[in-house]
Ligand binder design. Structure first.
Ligand SMILES: C[S@@+](CC[C@H](N)C(=O)[O-])C[C@H]1O[C@@H](n2cnc3c(N)ncnc32)[C@H](O)[C@@H]1O
Length: 207
């Protein structure tokens, strides 16, 4: 994997850390949309969850609420400044482990029930490598969730307007993503890239 791109990605998010907030934190309609997306993630009380690219931790309380005190969550992010904001925001929860790592290289002794990749997938520099690692990290019957509270075209347009380099924000088309997952032996349960309601939701299972 290209280490220079990894550094650029890290720097990009470090610069955003003080201003990064997700729109569902302040917009009621967006929060309702998020809640209906989360319903499809099939989170259960007691789940062991890996949140990849947790950013400033806006989504995390919603995940913790679903898995309950008996569940546990590993919060993974590559950018130290995003990570620091999240760590501070989430300090009252004791069932989170914070790990400053890249999903391409993360390993763990224990497997996960669910891996959540929310608003983060386009930023993986080597998507095959990252998703292959996710497959390895999941329990059999474990679920991979790739989700955005916007559609693919809204995200691509936003990256284009902000002139984000495609090398650190490439979002493959739906067919390419599906083929990649199938090739890695995932079973796709649900795949909706909804332009009208503006969301992207993919749920896949490790057989
Ligand atoms: C657009 S933000 C989304 C943050 C959060 N999921 C949200 O929706 O509020 C993407 C986050 O993913 C992190 N990230 C990108 N690539 C990563 C990787 N390979 N491994 C771990 N984290 C990564 C970035 O540092 C950033 O904090």
């Amino acid at each position: 994997m290209d280490k220079n791109l990894q550094i650029r990605l890290k720097n990009t998010f470090n610069q955003l850390a003080q201003i990064y907030t997700n729109k569902f934190t302040s917009d009621k309609t967006e929060q309702e949309k998020l809640l209906s997306l989360i319903k499809e993630w099939q989170l259960q009380k007691g789940d062991r969850v890996l949140e990849v690219g947790g950013g400033t931790g806006d989504l995390t309380p919603f995940l913790l609420q679903k898995i309950g005190a008996e569940g546990s969550l590993v919060f993974l992010d590559i950018a130290p400044k995003m990570f620091a904001v999240a760590k501070n925001k989430l300090k009252s929860f004791d069932n989170i482990s914070f790990i400053l790592q890249d999903i391409h290289f993360y390993s763990d002794d224990e497997l996960f029930d669910k891996i959540i990749i929310f608003n983060t997938f386009p930023h993986f520099i080597d998507k095959r490598m990252a998703l292959k690692n996710c497959f390895k990290l999941l329990k059999p019957k474990g679920k991979l969730i790739i989700c955005h509270n916007e559609s693919r075209s809204s995200i691509c347009l936003c990256h284009h307007k902000k002139q984000v380099d495609n090398k650190i924000a490439e979002f493959p088309d739906d067919k390419t993503v599906a083929m990649l997952l199938i090739d890695l032996n995932f079973k796709i349960d649900l795949f909706e890239n909804n332009e009208g309601y503006d969301y992207y939701l993919l749920v896949a299972t490790k057989p």
